[in-house]
Design a protein around this ligand. Structure first.
Ligand SMILES: C[S@@+](CC[C@H](N)C(=O)[O-])C[C@H]1O[C@@H](n2cnc3c(N)ncnc32)[C@H](O)[C@@H]1O
Length: 328
């Protein structure tokens, strides 16, 4: 399984969206979803009683589509959305276009979200829900506005959700214009998101006692390093404030996926091995830059930068701002 897949599998937002869509489904629901090799989206629907035959999985990877067929999603199609969607003429109660890219699409793969969204507007049932996700990278900071401009006139935006996965992302939840109960859709999503965040936050454990000796580093970890730290099957973004000889670090957490910890630096966390690509065990870490290669993240901040950054985190605590917003 690729590193990105591992990160995504553990993403609280993936779980939230999959649970939300499953929650809205019934045994007669028909759905079409971009899924990954873990088949988390289609499995969530099936676990809520949807007939596998009524779930179409889309992916450009043959192996993933083979797995989807094996799981009973026998109408699943291999290919990039913009190329394959036009062959599909059914209507759907759930459409989930879980893109990894930006609203402008990708010239190489031929993916044009604008066309896919027009297809979705045409194929969404009257009581259906359409979720689309995009990266917030590029577009000079206006990815969200660009995506909103692409919403077909027959659809209505119910909710827009910001989150951070391997980069800054957002999701739009849409329904057919004239849909009666948009409030129910938004409330359902929000309550699942909050319950999920609480569950994730509460699970993270800390070493509460402050160790006494503070000396030279025993690993490659540096003071004021921007890191991804593995805990509980997920990598969390943080900034190392201090560390000690016992291999514990005090970390300022800046991961909007965990409102519970965001902006706090309480407790000491065990520092495991440095892993530049794929962390598998609790405590293992890498520099944020190791993963976010195209982003402007420094490996280590200077002291003045650190002070500035910490102030920014404290000031923006209420909004749970993505760290990318500070460095881009
Ligand atoms: C973000 S993952 C899907 C995750 C899944 N929904 C979940 O919750 O676990 C996206 C997967 O679909 C593929 N993909 C992304 N955009 C696509 C597109 N426009 N057409 C076909 N496959 C796409 C990617 O290669 C990747 O395997």
């Amino acid at each position: 399984m690729s590193y990105q897949t591992v990160l995504k599998q553990a993403s609280p937002m993936k779980t939230t969206i999959n649970t939300f869509l499953a929650h809205l489904s019934s045994p007669v629901t028909s759905a079409i979803v971009i899924d990954a090799e873990t088949l988390m989206s289609s499995s969530a629907l099936v676990s809520y009683g949807v007939d596998p035959i009524n779930v179409i999985v889309l992916n450009n990877d043959e192996e993933i589509i083979r797995k989807a067929h094996e799981a009973g999603h026998s109408r699943s199609v291999r290919g990039f959305t913009t190329q394959v969607l036009e062959q599909i003429t059914d209507t759907f109660d759930i459409i989930y276009l879980d893109y990894c890219g930006t609203p402008d699409g990708n010239k190489t793969t031929g993916v044009l979200p604008k066309y896919d969204m027009l297809w979705a507007a045409d194929r969404l049932s009257d009581q259906g829900v359409f979720v689309v996700t995009f990266s917030r990278r590029n577009h000079e900071g206006f990815a969200v506005e660009r995506a909103q401009n692409m919403i077909p006139l027959s659809l209505e935006l119910v909710n827009i959700v910001y989150y951070h996965e391997t980069c800054a992302m957002f999701a739009m939840i849409l329904v057919k214009r004239g849909f009666k109960d948009t409030r129910y859709i938004r409330d359902t999503f929000n309550s699942i998101r909050m319950a999920n965040a609480e569950r994730v936050g509460n699970k993270r454990k800390r070493v509460e006692e402050e160790p006494t000796v503070e000396e030279e580093p025993t690993s490659k970890l540096k003071k004021f390093a921007l890191i991804l730290y593995q805990h509980d099957n997920s990598m969390w973004v943080g900034l190392v404030e201090r560390f000690n000889k016992e291999k514990n670090a005090k970390i300022l957490w800046v991961d909007p996926r965990s409102p519970y910890d965001y902006g706090s630096n309480k407790g000491w966390y065990p520092v495991g091995e440095y892993i530049s690509t794929e962390a598998t065990a609790d405590g293992q870490w890498c520099y944020l830059q190791d993963v976010e290669k195209q982003a402007n993240f420094p490996k280590v901040l200077r002291i003045e930068q650190f002070r500035d950054f910490k102030k920014w985190v404290q000031q923006n605590k209420e909004e749970l701002t993505s760290i990318e917003d500070y460095f881009m």
